[in-house]
Ligand binder design. Structure first.
Ligand code: COA
Length: 183
């Protein structure tokens, strides 16, 4: 596979990259991924990333992308906006790799870099959820994530089936100072 570069995008960079971000999301939904969308709706996807841009601007989220030949082929986000009693925590969302770029270790690298970044931000507990049985589950397990449990009938699939979700967590070393409550 060609060289892949990893880059944290600020709000302005994400705004410029909206078409590429939509393309990755659309490619995943087209393949039936369980990532919040039940159909390929270009406007809804645009709106989703546009909201992300606002979250990047105010620091509620951080967005890491993987670029191959200058084009975004993968994403992962850290949700840092937490209630005052949870500022030691971050949620990992939207680990996405375009179908054309899969099985080359991009998702693993995105996760490793996201985990390291969360530690730098003083976060010591990471959480995520993933459709039970999806190929992402063994990836998370191999990275040391633990299964907290499953919730049946959690999300509707693109095929109209009610899928279970697996809630996972990982305790990490943090090397940044803990954010102040409300920060
Ligand atoms: C899950 C996803 C991000 C994996 O991306 P990827 O770049 O292909 O993954 P990697 O190449 O880094 O593979 C990492 C591990 O994931 C697992 N994996 C990924 N694809 C797999 C597949 N098709 N079959 C079995 N295991 C798979 C393997 O454990 C793999 O490790 P290995 O290569 O040592 O066997 C990608 O398939 C995707 O975008 N899916 C749709 C969106 C989604 O469901 N995201 C997860 C949301 S919680």
């Amino acid at each position: 596979m060609n060289k892949v570069d990893y880059q944290w995008l600020d709000a302005g960079q994400a705004q410029q990259a909206l078409p590429e971000l939509c393309d990755v999301l659309d490619g995943c939904v087209a393949q039936g991924a369980s990532i919040g969308f039940v159909e390929r709706n270009a406007q809804a996807m645009h709106n989703f990333w546009q909201d992300v841009v606002l979250s990047l601007a105010c620091g509620d989220k951080q967005l890491l992308v993987a670029k191959r030949e200058g084009r975004i082929v993968g994403t992962v986000m850290l949700v840092l906006a937490m209630p005052a009693n949870g500022v030691h925590r971050a949620e990992v969302i939207k680990l996405l790799v375009h179908p054309d770029a899969r099985r080359g270790g991009i998702a693993r690298q995105l996760m490793l870099q996201a985990e390291a970044r969360a530690g730098e931000q003083g976060r010591s507990l990471l959480v995520l959820d993933t459709r039970s049985g999806d190929v992402a589950e063994p990836l998370y397990l191999s990275l040391g994530w633990q299964v907290a449990g499953q919730i049946p009938g959690y999300a509707r699939s693109t095929a109209g089936v009610m899928d279970a979700t697996t809630i996972m967590y990982k305790v990490i070393e943090h090397n940044g100072s803990m954010p102040a409550p409300g920060a």
